[in-house]
Design a protein around this ligand. Structure first.
Ligand code: UDP
Length: 235
């Protein structure tokens, strides 16, 4: 079994590699190559990019900045990541479109749902930048929202760990990795998979979330084939 249309959530940190801040172009190139392999296998791929490698609204607001202003900066930071990913995809010949939830017509299309779906049907990767366009939200929630809007079958939450554990696997050798979990379990135990708004939206719309390690080469492709590469959260 293979998925037909997936939504890949890439955190800003994923694009940072081992740097302390910003974007590692070599890491972005590797991710682009993995996405390319998946697209060439006929799977439609939409991507929501985070911005935490550059700016986090919550952190800036804790330091005194107005929260909404900080969040808008965070959303704009995601566009830098999205443009970098776009460039990396283009360099290896993968057709794509960047759509942003905050209009930046000089550099990206505005987010238009029907147009995004049309791009996907034509085999183009669609990158969603600028989050949901609303402060007080996250790019995880954006991933859940866009997945519901474009009718994606699953969200791939690519992270630095190979799934969800009952304890922090770093420093806890007895930590156990779950193969599957329900939305309710994640919500009631406040597991740090995605924020609760994102999980609730996925639950309401019956969109499973697969959490897996992005740094293992070929994992995105394995995930699209339905292989168990991490932890799946579902009904
Ligand atoms: N953000 C927002 N609304 C959204 C999505 C993102 O206000 O719909 C802001 C928020 O300040 C957030 C920042 O953009 O901290 C970067 O996004 P996020 O922290 O989700 O990125 P990630 O953790 O995936 O790198």
């Amino acid at each position: 079994m293979s998925y037909q249309r997936v939504l890949l959530k890439l955190s800003g940190e994923a694009l940072m590699g081992n740097l302390g801040y910003g974007i590692d172009p070599a890491v972005v190139a590797e991710i682009a190559q993995e996405v390319a392999d998946v697209v060439k296998s006929g799977v439609q791929v939409a991507i929501v990019v985070g911005g935490g490698n550059i700016f986090r609204g919550m952190k800036a607001s804790a330091a005194g900045m107005d929260r909404a202003t900080a969040d808008y900066i965070g959303m704009i930071a995601t566009v830098m990541n999205a443009m970098t990913l776009q460039d990396a995809l283009e360099r290896i010949g993968i057709a794509n479109r960047l759509q942003t939830a905050i209009s930046m017509q000089e550099v990206a299309e505005p987010y238009i749902r029907r147009r995004a779906i049309r791009h996907l049907e034509k085999g183009r990767v669609v990158i969603f930048g600028a989050g949901s366009g609303n402060p007080f939200f996250t790019t995880d929630t954006t991933a859940a929202l866009r997945a519901a809007e474009i009718d994606a079958e699953i969200i791939f939450k690519a992270t630095k760990v190979d799934g969800i554990y009952d304890a922090d696997p770093k420093g806890n050798p007895d930590a156990h990795r779950y193969q599957s979990l329900t939305y309710n379990h994640v919500l009631t135990h406040e597991l740090k998979v995605m924020d609760s708004t994102a999980i609730a939206l996925c639950k309401e719309n019956d969109i499973p979330i697969l959490v897996f390690d992005l740094s293992v080469s070929g994992n995105i492709m394995r995930a699209t084939k339905g292989e168990t590469v991490g932890t799946i959260v579902g009904g």
